[in-house]
Design a protein around this ligand. Structure first.
Ligand SMILES: O=C(O)COP(=O)(O)O
Ligand SMILES: [Mg+2]
Length: 231
């Protein structure tokens, strides 16, 4: 069987969004894909250390793209930083000083981005930054808002892994649930939006399943199984 690479989002895809509790059957299915010789790589808005640890304990491929594409962890002491924390902090200060109720989210330490609570109007912040000519990426994972450096997203972060491991887009299957996964969908031949994704996210995927986080991954893998050998 041809080796595939599954690029898998974490929150809202293999966990209950917000709660962080892993869907064990989905994790088991991903571990089985890894044992069959495929790559299963987490691409998340969480820190790359969380993604990496999940891969170690969960038994999938030991590499993670975290920080919404800003940071890749290859080993406990080997991180590739693609984003620039300082420019994200500057944008954060501007947003905080001009819009009410802007708060940093309590997350594990970030090396390349700022993570915010979903407590204000993101479009207002985008407008504000555009007026001030501050160029950063603002996105909503449904779990948090992210401020990333220009050009940094899950697609560009995952592309670095594709280059490093000589993976072709033809062999990539991306699975996700939110707007932050759309750039990842764009670098994959097959992209799957889960039932809990918005209509806009669904419209960017090549395949949509009806079940939500966890169960939706199982539904997608069931649908893909017969096709994996022909795709
Ligand atoms: O945005 C986050 O922090 C996590 O979200 P993700 O795993 O769904 O990308
Ligand atoms: Mg998600």
């Amino acid at each position: 069987m041809k080796k595939r690479t599954f690029a898998v989002d974490i929150d809202g895809t293999i966990t209950e969004n917000g709660g962080g509790r892993i869907h064990l059957d989905a994790l088991d299915a991903l571990r089985r894909l890894t044992n069959m010789g495929h790559n299963v790589i987490y691409v998340t808005g969480r820190s790359s250390v969380e993604g990496f640890l999940l891969s170690v304990f969960g038994g999938t491929t030991k590499i993670a793209v975290g920080e919404n594409g800003g940071c890749i962890t290859l080993e406990s002491d080997d991180h590739i930083l693609l984003g620039n924390l300082e420019e994200c902090k500057k944008a954060f200060d501007v947003i905080k000083n001009n819009i009410d109720n802007v708060k940093e989210k309590r997350v594990f330490p970030r090396m390349t981005e700022v993570v915010l609570e979903r407590t204000f109007d993101l479009d207002l912040a985008r407008k504000l930054l555009a007026e001030k000519n501050i160029n950063v990426e603002l996105s909503d994972s449904q779990y948090a808002y992210h401020i990333n450096s220009p050009g940094i997203d899950k697609g560009t972060g995952f592309t670095k892994i594709m280059e490093k491991l000589s993976i072709s887009a033809e062999d990539v299957i991306a699975i996700g649930d939110s707007a932050t996964d759309i750039p990842l969908f764009k670098v994959a031949k097959v992209s799957i939006a889960l039932g809990n994704a918005s209509d806009q996210v669904k419209s960017e995927a090549t395949m949509v399943v009806s079940a939500k986080a966890g169960d939706g991954v199982l539904e997608a893998l069931d649908k893909l199984a017969p096709k994996l050998s022909e795709m």
